[in-house]
Design a protein around this ligand. Structure first.
Ligand code: ATP
Length: 353
C-alpha cells in the first residue's frame, strides 16, 4: 500500500508541531523518519496511524482519502519502543491476540490462527519460545515478538516508533539487520521513526530528515549522505567539523586553501561554511594542504585510527586507515598536513555543491 501525505499541519495550542508536510511512501518500501527529539516524528506517525487528528491536510492510502478514518479501519500494525506484551499471556497467545479479537465474521479458525502464529514464530526465529512468558525474554526477543504480533493481522502498513530504542548497542545492531531482512521478505510498506542516523542509513529504502516540524530532505540513504541539501542535514547525518570561509570566483576559500565549486553560485563574496567529515580527509603535501596541525589525540579502533588535531582554536576530527597511521608513525605532537576529499559548502543555509 502506498501512503501519500498532502499539506499536513498539526498544532498543539499555539505550537506548530508539523508544518505543511508533503510525503510519498511507495508500496513495499521502508521509509525512516529521522530527526532530533521533538521534531515531530512521533506526531506524524500517530496521525498516519489515525491515533491523532491533523488540522489541515490529507492522508491517502493507495490513493484513498483516509483522513477521517478510525485507527481500527486503517489496517495498520504498530511496534513501539516500550510495547508491553501482555504479561499474563505466553508468547504464542501474545502473537495470536490480534486475530482472536477480530469480529466473528473475520476471525480465522483455531487451526488457522495456530498455523499463522507458527509461521510468524518461524519468521522471527523464536519458535522455541512459544510457551515462554514475557518476563522470561530478553529485550531484543520481546521486540521480535512485538513485531510478530503486529504482523499477525497482516497489516497493509507497519509503523515502528523507535522499536530498538531501549536496547543495548549490540542488540540494536543485530535487530537492524534482522528488520531489514524481514522487511525484504515480506515487502510490507513500513515507516520507522528513529533519531539514530546510523539506524536510518542502514535499514531504509528512503530517509525523511525532519527538523522543527518540517521536512528538510527526502531521498535514498546514499543521496542524503552524499548530497545533503543544507547544513542541518549535513551535520545531523554524522560527525563533521565546520570551517568558516568565503565564496569567491566559483570556489570556496578557507585561508590559503580553495575548493572549486562545480555549480556557479548566484552570489559571491559571501561568508560560507564548509563541512568536512572525519573520514573525508587525506594526507597532503604541505603546500597543498587545507590545514597543517599537530596531533593532540590518537584512538585506534579496529582497522581505523581516529585522530584529533587542533587548528585555529578548534578540534578537528580525522579518521585514517590504520595502515596510513602506521606508515606515518603517528604520535601525539606530530604535525600533519591534510586536505579534504569532500567539502559540503553552505552559505545562508543553501547547498552550493
Ligand atoms: P522524540 O524522539 O523525543 O519522541 P519526536 O520527534 O517524536 O520526538 P514528537 O513526539 O512528535 O517529537 O513531538 C513534537 C513536538 O510536539 C514536541 O515539542 C512535543 O513536546 C509536542 N507535542 C507532542 N505531543 C503533544 C501533545 N499531546 N500536546 C502538546 N504538545 C505535544
Amino acid at each position: 500500500m502506498s501512503i501519500t501525505i498532502e499539506n499536513l499541519n498539526k498544532h498543539f495550542g499555539n505550537f506548530h508541531a508539523l508544518k505543511n508536510i508533503n510525503l510519498n511512501v511507495p508500496t513495499g518500501k521502508l521509509v525512516s523518519l529521522l530527526g532530533p527529539s521533538g521534531c515531530g516524528k512521533t506526531t506524524l506517525l500517530r496521525i498516519i496511524a489515525g491515533l491523532e487528528n491533523s488540522d489541515g491536510g490529507k492522508i491517502l492510502f493507495d490513493g484513498q482519502d483516509v483522513t477521517g478514518k478510525h485507527v481500527r479501519d486503517r489496517k495498520v500494525g504498530f511496534v513501539f519502543q516500550h510495547y508491553a506484551l501482555f504479561r499474563h499471556m505466553n508468547v504464542f497467545d501474545n502473537i495470536a491476540f490480534g486475530l482472536t479479537v477480530l469480529p466473528r465474521s473475520e476471525r480465522p479458525s483455531k487451526e488457522k490462527i495456530r498455523a499463522k502464529v507458527e509461521e510468524l514464530l518461524n519468521l522471527v526465529q523464536l519458535s522455541h519460545l512459544a510457551k515462554a512468558y514475557p518476563h522470561q525474554l530478553s529485550g531484543g526477543q520481546r521486540q521480535r515478538i512485538a513485531l510478530a504480533r503486529a504482523l499477525a493481522v497482516e497489516p497493509k502498513l507497519l509503523l515502528l516508533d523507535e522499536p530498538f530504542g531501549a536496547l543495548d548497542a549490540k542488540v540494536r545492531k543485530e535487530l537492524r539487520t534482522w528488520l531489514r531482512d524481514i522487511h525484504h521478505n515480506l515487502g510490507v510498506t513500513s515507516i520507522l521513526v528513529t533519531h539514530d542516523q546510523e539506524e536510518a542509513l542502514e535499514v531504509s529504502d528512503e530517509i525523511v530528515v525532519m527538523n522543527h516540524g518540517k521536512i528538510e530532505q527526502t531521498g535514498s540513504a546514499e543521496a542524503i549522505y552524499r548530497r545533503p541539501e543544507n547544513a542541518f542535514v549535513t551535520e545531523f547525518l554524522g560527525e563533521t567539523d565546520a570551517f568558516e570561509g568565503r565564496i569567491e570566483k566559483g570556489a570556496w576559500h578557507y585561508q590559503n586553501f580553495s575548493w572549486p565549486l562545480e555549480k556557479q553560485y548566484k552570489w559571491q563574496d559571501q561568508t560560507a561554511v564548509g563541512y568536512i567529515r572525519p573520514h573525508e580527509w587525506q594526507l597532503a603535501e604541505a603546500d597543498r594542504a587545507m590545514i597543517t596541525a599537530a596531533v593532540e589525540k590518537i584512538h585506534a579502533v579496529g582497522a581505523l585510527t581516529h585522530v584529533t588535531v587542533k587548528h585555529g582554536g578548534q578540534d578537528v576530527h580525522i579518521t585514517l586507515a590504520g595502515s596510513d597511521a602506521a606508515r606515518l608513525d603517528l604520535a601525539v605532537g606530530k604535525t600533519l598536513s591534510l586536505s579534504p576529499k569532500q567539502v559540503y559548502v553552505f552559505g545562508q543555509n543553501e547547498l552550493i555543491e
